[in-house]
Design a protein around this ligand. Structure first.
Ligand code: XLS
Ligand code: NI
Ligand code: NI
Length: 442
């Protein structure tokens, strides 16, 4: 049961409101106006913001070099299940004050792991019942659920790709339960992120066997979802490395190839995270474009990295340039729903006071709202699109049309170029002009 008498976790913070770009209040939105319409749809529905339970309510600020810095006043010692239940009040107080519509969790974020699988399942059921009541009361929904298949020592060699069949079985049982709980909470989706589904050393790794097992595992999840009538969208979240040297879900191209190879492409879309794209040597825009052009754009994990730090720093996104790139591509492919914008981001270890959680999310939401407005303005104006089309204008010529329609061959094209002697009409790429044009909207 939620502890009704529990004091508020953020007593000094009033619900965050839209106050417009000129406000001096740093605990207000300057751009995120939930009901405002952009391209005929509310910002709320475009963005579908979600809070990550793990970073925001379980993050401690510990890193490989140092102890936790975020000693939250609401965290209580003693019975971990009672603490987990009390923490749900904190989470919903935070999300209601912030005004987000969704949250995401791993099974072990919300409820403590027990000594046995049965005990873990029981803990999860107990917390899920409380989460359900909070959802029903507040209207906040679960964007996606997932299972933590990487923290416990049993997953040292991976979960679906482990060398040990019993560990695979345990992971399957854990995902079965996580799917049931996600369904019970009306989750709009379910994410697979392969934290330890990869390798550290190829000599001790049978890669073919491991990737086959990953496909078998996902197929079982898809089959079970069908069996229980879970209608949520499955997502695969690419990340090239960390904690393993190589993760099998490396980037969108690798994931989509995997899904098609194993016949899973109808069931799974991409959940794309900015910092993971960076680690893969891509821009977020590239990953979104790649997934979008093939019909695999599902949901995003909104964060950003630091180019001077080589790991997944999961910082809150504040760059308008980045959010403009993201929202332009998302609008181009028709939006995210049933996916959303999940802040898979954590406040810095040095930002250890509870109010920093608000500053961080407000900044991220405003950056996305602004990116959305700019992207919509660019689309309404159309100059960027026209410039792009100009670059490919020769494909509207009789020759271009015939190549695209399949009417030309190597022989016919050779004949045409022998007659002409040289290809004509190659113009400037105008990169600087494109970049300058973009800046006119910022
Ligand atoms: C870690 C991942 C993880 C997934 C969910 O790098 O981003 O948080 O989003 O398991
Ligand atoms: Ni993520
Ligand atoms: Ni990540």
């Amino acid at each position: 049961m939620p502890v009704d008498s529990q004091p508020q976790a953020f007593p000094d913070i009033a619900p965050i409101r839209y106050e417009g770009p000129t406000t001096k209040n740093m605990l207000a939105f300057r751009h995120y106006d939930a009901d405002a319409l952009v391209e005929g749809r509310s910002m709320r529905d475009h963005l579908r913001f979600a809070v990550s339970y793990w970073h925001t309510f379980r993050g401690t600020g510990s890193d490989p070099f140092g102890a936790p810095t975020m000693l939250r006043p609401w965290e209580q010692a003693g019975d971990p299940l009672a603490a987990a239940i009390a923490r749900t009040n904190v989470a919903f107080e935070f999300m209601e004050k912030l005004g987000v519509g969704f949250y995401c969790f791993h099974d072990r974020d919300v409820a403590p792991e027990g000594v046995t699988l049965a005990e873990s399942n029981k803990n999860l059921d107990a917390v899920a019942a409380v989460l359900k009541r909070h959802q029903d009361r507040s209207g906040i929904q679960l964007l996606w659920g997932t299972a933590n298949l990487f923290s416990h020592p049993r997953y040292v060699h991976g979960a679906a790709t482990t060398c040990n069949a019993e560990v695979f079985a345990f992971a399957a049982a854990q995902v079965k339960k996580a799917l049931e709980v996600t369904q019970h909470l009306g989750g709009a989706g379910y994410v697979f992120w392969g934290g330890r589904e990869g390798y550290q050393c190829l000599w001790n790794t049978d890669m073919k066997r491991e990737i086959d097992h990953l496909a078998r595992f996902m197929q079982m999840a898809v089959d079970y979802a069908k069996e229980i009538g879970f209608m949520g969208q499955f997502y695969f979240e690419p990340k090239p490395r960390e904690p393993t040297k190589h993760q099998y879900d490396f980037d969108c191209a690798a994931c989509i190839n995997f899904l098609r190879t194993y016949g899973l492409e109808k069931h799974v879309k991409m959940n794309i995270e900015t910092n993971h794209a960076t680690l893969a040597g891509h821009e977020m825009q590239h990953e979104l474009e790649y997934a979008g052009m093939q019909g695999f754009l599902g949901s995003i994990d909104a964060n950003t990295g630091d180019t001077l730090v080589g790991w997944d720093t999961d910082q809150f996104p504040t760059s308008i340039y980045l959010t403009t790139q993201i929202m332009y591509t998302i609008l181009k492919y028709g939006g995210l729903a049933p996916g959303g914008v999940n802040f898979d981001a954590k406040v810095r270890r040095e930002s250890f006071e509870p109010v920093d959680l608000f500053y961080a999310h407000i900044g991220g939401m405003d950056a996305f709202a602004r990116g959305l407005k700019i992207a919509a303005a660019m689309r309404a104006d159309g100059a960027m699109q026209r410039l792009l089309e100009d670059r490919y204008a020769s494909w509207s010529s009789p020759l271009g049309k015939k190549i695209d329609s399949g009417a030309e061959t190597f022989r016919s094209l050779e004949a045409a170029m022998l007659a002409k002697g040289e290809a004509q009409g190659c113009g400037s790429g105008r990169q600087e002009l494109f970049e300058n044009l973009l800046n006119t909207y910022l």
